[in-house]
Design a protein around this ligand. Sequence first.
Ligand SMILES: Nc1ncnc2c1ncn2[C@@H]1O[C@H](COP(=O)(O)OP(=O)(O)O)[C@@H](O)[C@H]1O
Ligand SMILES: [Mg+2]
Length: 265
Amino acid sequence: MAEVKASFREVTKVFGRGAAAVQALEPVTLDIRSNAFVCLLGPSGCGKSTLLNILAGFESATSGEVLMDGEPVRGPDPRRGVVFQQGALFTWMSVLDNVAFGPLALGKGRQEAHAIAQRFLEMVGLSAFARRYPYELSGGMQQRVGIARALANDPEILLMDEPFAALDAQTRDLLQEQIKRIWLETRKTVLWITHSIDEALYLATDIVVMTARPGRIKARFSPRFSQADAHEVVRDPEFARMKAEIFDLLRDEALAAQQQQESIS
Ligand SMILES: Nc1ncnc2c1ncn2[C@@H]1O[C@H](COP(=O)(O)OP(=O)(O)O)[C@@H](O)[C@H]1O
Ligand SMILES: [Mg+2]
């Protein structure tokens, strides 16, 4: 059996108290295998970010346990690298210094930290932009710097909350291919949140579909599209079959989420 990198054991989350309490998560139990690429899909507000933030150590669970390598998560840790949707770069630092920041903080010397940063900038295809500042880069390039920065800490697991949500469709398609190549090369364990079924099917080894709030796991899929060539993957009949099945599941949950919102307002 594959080793488990991180796991949620009957994790629940309630925000606020009394009449204002919001149950964000119903008990969620999920194992993230080492070297897996897990995609979370679910309607807006179903608790995806909450789940990721609990594993990141930014939020605590109301009940249940979150483990990494068998140890309870107690707070943020460089072994868990987080990439946000946008805007998490240090605007006053060069691209190189942004990526070198983590290694420096972990105690590496300046030269070594810069060498590490260069290596990961190369991996995301941005070594020519090392001396530039974030504002000089497009949104897609900034996200690649964010990914290089997370990788430079050599995390055990990468946590990515809709990292491509703010990008246009073409940039997104290209970055997906780049991410898949990097994953095939590094086999980092990844937890990735997305709204795109195509993205999940193309990238993931495991897809977890969540219900409308309070979120729980509704279904799981194990896509086996191991090639990096997206052109081939989207033409695989199995891709279309899984896509249709996930589409229907998500549609039901999105409708439930919409009805929930209408009954509140
Ligand atoms: N800090 C918070 N305080 C109160 N409610 C919150 C907080 N964070 C999230 N929520 C609520 O919890 C639910 C799940 O949120 P979230 O995890 O962000 O959903 P998703 O990422 O799936 O869109 C939503 O109803 C949201 O409004
Ligand atoms: Mg979210």
